[in-house]
Design a protein around this ligand. Structure first.
Ligand SMILES: O=C(O)CCC(=O)C(=O)O
Length: 315
């Protein structure tokens, strides 16, 4: 089993000293207010996204609720894009199921997982080299998505994470890690996309989200977001405060869920069928300076020409 602990995860894990935590938080705040994010806000102000009606509608819903769903084909109408992604997803599913079968027979496999979240098999995990020939990386900088991310964050964003996940039905009865309600600690300026690559019903570990709980929303005072914060509050208490507000995203294959995961969310607790999705994170340069680390290394092997916002997202 391939296991790679990222430098960042290791750093955060061993951050025991309050002093070191305070340094990380101070670096983040400095870059958010004065340094890196100021530059990227300026870039966005000079070249704001020109959104069409579909993108404007998603943006509006993101701003009010913190999430929005849309069929992939509506946001990215070119059928060739979906065809290429779907073919790659099928290869990943076949390789993953082969690896799981080998493990089931007591063998070793090359499946990638992340320590602490072994219930998810990842296509890339961490440290992979990706170039513009990779269809998922290309989707992360596709203007249909990137312009939306930049408009939502009101700055030129960074593409921090791109991957595909296969979540088999859980062995355990209890939810753990990201299957429990939490806020992502790594940025207040955060947009994730989850693209379902199978139909997801209530037995497939649907993603769940609490609308208006992201910073600036009317529920943002519930165990508020803090950089490096204690992001898993007592679950029973939280549930008693928010459960009736939560949205469960059962949806067909080809649905995109956009959301700000600085708000409360959980998912991936599949009880019946494997869940397969692609996921992307766009966040601010301040986050990359202090609180997060890319899961890939960008390598422009064939020297593809990229526009300014795409180059910025990958740099
Ligand atoms: O697997 C899921 O649905 C949730 C993942 C999650 O918590 C995250 O990406 O922040």
């Amino acid at each position: 089993m391939h296991r790679k602990r990222t430098k960042f995860a290791a750093r955060v894990h061993r951050v025991a000293s309050g002093l070191e935590r305070r340094g990380i938080v101070a670096t983040y705040e400095l870059h958010d207010r004065l340094l890196a994010n100021r530059v990227s806000r300026k870039r966005y102000a000079q070249e704001p996204s020109a959104l069409d009606a579909t993108q404007r509608d998603i943006l509006e819903r993101l701003r009010t609720e913190g999430y929005a769903t849309v069929p992939f084909s509506k946001l990215v109408p070119d059928p060739a894009v979906w065809k290429e992604l779907e073919a790659d997803a099928q290869r990943f599913v076949a390789e993953t199921e082969r690896g799981l079968a080998e493990e089931g027979e007591g063998g070793e496999s090359a499946l990638r997982r992340r320590p602490g979240k072994e219930f998810v098999v990842r296509k890339y995990a961490y440290g992979v080299q990706l170039g513009p020939e990779d269809p998922w990386l290309r989707l992360g900088i596709n203007p249909r998505l990137l312009e939306l991310a930049n408009a939502y964050l009101e700055m030129w964003s960074k593409l921090e994470y791109v991957d595909m996940w296969y979540t088999p039905p859980a062995d355990e009865e209890e939810r753990r890690s990201s299957q429990r309600w939490h806020r992502d600690f790594n940025d207040r300026h955060l947009l994730k996309a989850f693209i379902y690559l199978v139909d997801v019903d209530e037995h497939t570990g649907p993603f769940e989200y609490v609308p208006r709980s992201a910073p600036g929303g009317e529920l943002d005072g519930l165990w508020p977001w803090r950089p490096l914060g204690d992001n898993y509050p007592p679950q029973d208490e939280l549930v008693s405060r928010i459960e009736e507000h939560a949205v469960t995203f059962t949806a067909p294959k080809g649905t995109i869920i956009f959301c700000n995961t600085a708000g409360f969310h959980r998912g991936g607790f599949s009880t019946g069928k494997p869940r397969v999705l692609a996921t992307f994170t766009w966040d601010s340069p301040a986050s990359l300076k202090a609180l997060s680390e890319r899961n890939y290394l960008f390598e422009n092997r064939n020297g593809a020409t990229l526009d300014g916002a795409a180059r910025y997202a990958l740099s």
